[in-house]
Write a protein that binds this ligand. Sequence first.
Ligand code: SIN
Ligand code: FE2
Length: 216
Amino acid sequence: MMNLDLFDSGMPEGRESLGRDALVLRGFGLPFVDAVLAAVDYIEACSPFRHMQTRRGYTMSVALTNCGRLGWISDRAGYRYSQTDPLNNKAWPEMPADLLRLATQAADAAGFRGFEPDACLINSYLPGSKMALHQDRNEADLTQPIVSVSLGIPAIFLFGGHQRSDKPARIPLFHGDIVVWGGEDRMRFHGIMPLKAAEHPRVGARRINLTFRRAG
Ligand code: SIN
Ligand code: FE2
């Protein structure tokens, strides 16, 4: 499923395999940073970052918002996708063309042609924020990959197996890195270790993660 022809990618030097159908594209997002940050400004003006509740009543340490036709939400009823932002009951902001282009180019570079994301979850991490190991399993179309863009301060990405108990690999992610996982790796458990305090010259003391998926 994954295309391993290095000449097919614009950045053959920056590929690290995490599995048969999973890899890190180091720095692939760097040419897009200004456009992505402008898109995030636009999105958060319509649908601000907020801390959601889990089904068990915990408040997530990560603040999130969404763009695209479907947005990922969590509340006391559990996790799901919603066509509207629960803060204003309006549609989420449209997915800006630059974000769609970045996501499809990264998917192509990873060998997943024809990626058509309809959901982009945007997570904002401060030092200390984390994301527990989980599977992305609320999407209707599991044949399409996940494309995950990191900006700002570094984080340690945990990439586990198909069982929660499988010991995860620890992969440092930096500003501009993109992780793509699909195919046989689509359902692997993943998460983020608590962020260390740091300052990024362009993004400040935070990490922004954009996760593109075909949800509907
Ligand atoms: C997620 O799995 O939703 C986020 C992963 C990340 O922040 O890199
Ligand atoms: Fe996830």
